[in-house]
Design a protein around this ligand. Sequence first.
Ligand code: EPZ
Length: 422
Amino acid sequence: MEKFVIHGGNKLHGNINISGAKNAALPIIAASVFAGDVCRIENVPDISDVRMMIRILEFLGAEVAKPEPNVILVDVKNVTPVTIPDKMTSKLRASYYLLGALLSNFGKACVALPGGCYFGVRPIDQHIKAFEALGATVDVENAIVDVKADELYGSSIYLDVVSVGATINAMLAAVKAKGLTVIENAAREPHIVDLANFLNSMGADVRGAGTEVIKIRGVEEMHGCTYSIIPDQIEAGTYMVAAAAVGGDVTIDNVIPKHLESITNKIEDCGVTVIEYDESVRIISEGGKMKACRVKTSPHPGFPTDMQPQFAAMLCLCNGTSTVVEDVWDNRFKYIDQLRRMGANIIVNGDTALITGVDKLRAAPVEADDLRAGAAMVIAGLMADGETTVGNIKLIDRGYENLVEKLIGVGAEIARVNFEEE
Ligand code: EPZ
């Protein structure tokens, strides 16, 4: 099986180019079923989650061509709402976006419950609430979600919890519903705005994305379009934190600085210099010892939960004791056991991790527990002197395009190595 082998301790210098946003690409590809003909989607990250979503579209009858790197042409003329089985949905949380898209476009959808990273319970009650508010019936039997409606009617949907997925599924279900839909307490992430812009490029009428109230007036017909996906906020944040933690002078290119504000703010709180340009951010850092800080995750525009493990890894060498509060997911500290194997001094109490800085992290064999936890282990390996191996890297490949090449490009010693099955 493949592992990353990292020889840490090098400071990083140079430029890293950011790919398209995973969490925008996934709903956008699902939403291409509305086109009726062909969509050209650009700046698509070449990562395994995207390849899996494309396979699901092809399973439904779409034809997907890749005329050039990071560009796909999705022809949905022959798409039909056949049942999507567990073997396809179990690998990908975002598979459930097909519920909203197929329900909206065909009046029915049958999708096995999704998989994805395990952070404790990941309910879909708010998705179901949205579908039912629009007039659909929802049955969940044998882990298959079966939604149907003769007609969908615009309605008011108040989300009891700020949910990216439920906001997205409500948007997808509403774009062709008769009349006005108002989604309140909506998620405000950049990928919500990107999806709204994509839907509007296909002729939808979605307003207010990026605020907590999204208004959608249903349309009868939609059409193909050409669309370019925004840069990945979390990929960019991951490399920002890596540069801050290890030290050096790294410019992260092809970003939207506004999407990174909460991450930039916390890195500056730790005493690291961040310089913003129009489409890039530059990190200048001594690495290692940095000011201890307090960080609490929350929906956008707060500090992203998907940056929590990476930031905790950086704080392992801080001066004093830092506090990390995970306020989005019930159980997103599993990776801390792996950091402890490298000498980190962390106490977890419920939703709070107390990180007392140590002088050094020890290189060690560690595993990726999930996508962002895996990224945190790469950062810890870059921080530690000696050889760290990171296993289970298929989980990292879900969301980071060309991670090894991008890090080697700024002076890291990292390689993808095939180890005989142990
Ligand atoms: C999306 O997951 C992302 N995944 C996650 O990123 C991210 O951690 C999360 O949003 C929060 O930003 C994708 O976009 C594919 P939620 P999602 O619904 O939509 C509760 C990554 O690393 N909730 O916003 O599943 C839920 O339990 C991945 O790229 C309900 O209670 O997250 C959680 O506590 C990991 N009922 C909170 O809302 C529901 O019906 C936020 O979850 C839905 C959610």
